[in-house]
Design a protein around this ligand. Sequence first.
Ligand SMILES: Cc1cc2nc3c(=O)[nH]c(=O)nc-3n(C[C@H](O)[C@H](O)[C@H](O)COP(=O)(O)OP(=O)(O)OC[C@H]3O[C@@H](n4cnc5c(N)ncnc54)[C@H](O)[C@@H]3O)c2cc1C
Length: 506
Amino acid sequence: MTDPDAIVIGAGPNGLAAANRLADAGLTVLVCEQHPTRIGGACATEDGAEAGTRAGCKHDVGAAFFPFNKASPAFNALELQKWGLEFAWAEVESCHPAPDGSSAAISRDDDATAQSLGGRDGDAWRRLIAWHRLAEPKLIDALLSPLPGIASKLKLLPIDLFRFARIALSTSGGFSRRLFRSEAARRIVPGLGLHVDIGPDDLFGAALGYFLATTAATGGNAIPVGGAGAITAAMARRLESKGGAVRLGASVARIAVEGKQARAVVLADGTEIAARTILADTGAPALFNRLLPADAVPGRVRRAMTRFTRGWGAFKVDWVLDGPVPWKSGEARRAAVVHAGDDIDDLARFTAEARGGAIPSNPYLVIGQQSLADPTRAPDGLQTLWAYSRVPPQVEGGWATRREAFADTIDARIEGLAPGFRQRIVARRIVAPPDLEAFDPNLVGGDLGGGSNHWSNQLIFRPVFPYFRYATPVRGVFLASSYAHPGAGVHGMCGWNAAGAALRRL
Ligand SMILES: Cc1cc2nc3c(=O)[nH]c(=O)nc-3n(C[C@H](O)[C@H](O)[C@H](O)COP(=O)(O)OP(=O)(O)OC[C@H]3O[C@@H](n4cnc5c(N)ncnc54)[C@H](O)[C@@H]3O)c2cc1C
């Protein structure tokens, strides 16, 4: 490829969504990815041989479940199924068991969910999800489109707007207590909110848990056949078919600027590649304070980036098991994702510990059972298991000295919900916050959300006012990663919207 029209820095799902949209508009696009062997960023898969577990087992390095598979405008436009992407679904989407044997679960079948929640809670779910199914296309459009997105918000009926505002203004604990009677049902939404750094008592914290609960029912926690990397691989294949290219081992060290206009990227090995349109699927602080020249960025923005609020770290464990997890809960045995979090108080305690810098004593867990729905993940009757907890990015003594003990605590928590679990373990691999950052520099301190998801870091504050519409102070440079609106998750919309902004500028 001669000098491309546009360069995308980073081949994560947002970078690849951006690259595809630019290529669709007729631009020649080069994606520079720092990882030496793999695309996908935090949406990738590695073989057990590489991960040090069992050859032939497939472990998702980050994202594993894709509730936006049907709702994301970017995914719908890209039609990745035509590029080889196939999804599988488990029978139950999200299960929330407790050691006392109680359990509550969301399925794509609303009757099954109502039955799991039981009585009045089941009826409350039926009413909520019936409304949500009608409002979802407009809500998702309003949520994922570039800000201020007045047109998309105007499509919402006043009653929809009122209902959604009432949810979004609640804490996740408050919303759950208002909606449900049983502790089992009440732990669902706050448990889902903790996928990022939103605790049950956090102001305006209910929206994310609400969306993860409802999209589990509408789109399901879709499981890509072959691994999460199948999503980014399909995006790359599509890009290449349009004349675009991905270059591995191409770490961008800086962006060259001339008269406030982007001129080129300079790789760590000194190679310079000219382009006047550059989209960064990188961290916002990395873009504003490292890649761009200091004199091209206002001092106020640089200072804001030094104070940028990061999310907590993630501590991940991959296992190979010699059979399925022997959950006490029958629903958990059929679930794509199982959450460990006994009740709202337990989740609040966990939040206080993680936020206070302590290693959680009873770690909240998101546990993925991809191989139940996708047998390609593990050969010979084996099963894979994937889980993460949220932790402080740094701990006393460093993660190197604490990781084994904390992974044992995680094993013990699962054992409490599934007696006999530990005997099924064939191999275990620990991925502590520094390991996440080592393979993907966007995951600073293991932060999986592109910065905190607290309300003060959202909408027009993401990543910093007034640069919430992807453009930066340098002409031709756009922020395309989850550090931009609408934030974390594999929906591709940060990159998609950034490419839209770049095309409008062109
Ligand atoms: C443990 C974990 C579990 C998760 N679970 C889920 C889930 O189940 N579902 C879900 O939807 N989301 C999940 N997420 C979040 C999701 O993975 C991210 O929100 C998403 O990957 C963000 O996409 P992105 O393209 O913005 O960034 P990334 O995926 O981080 O990709 C950024 C890319 O840019 C590259 N890069 C950065 N700087 C440079 C540079 N200077 N030069 C060249 N290349 C560079 C990186 O190497 C990387 O490949 C999870 C994340 C983690 C870590």
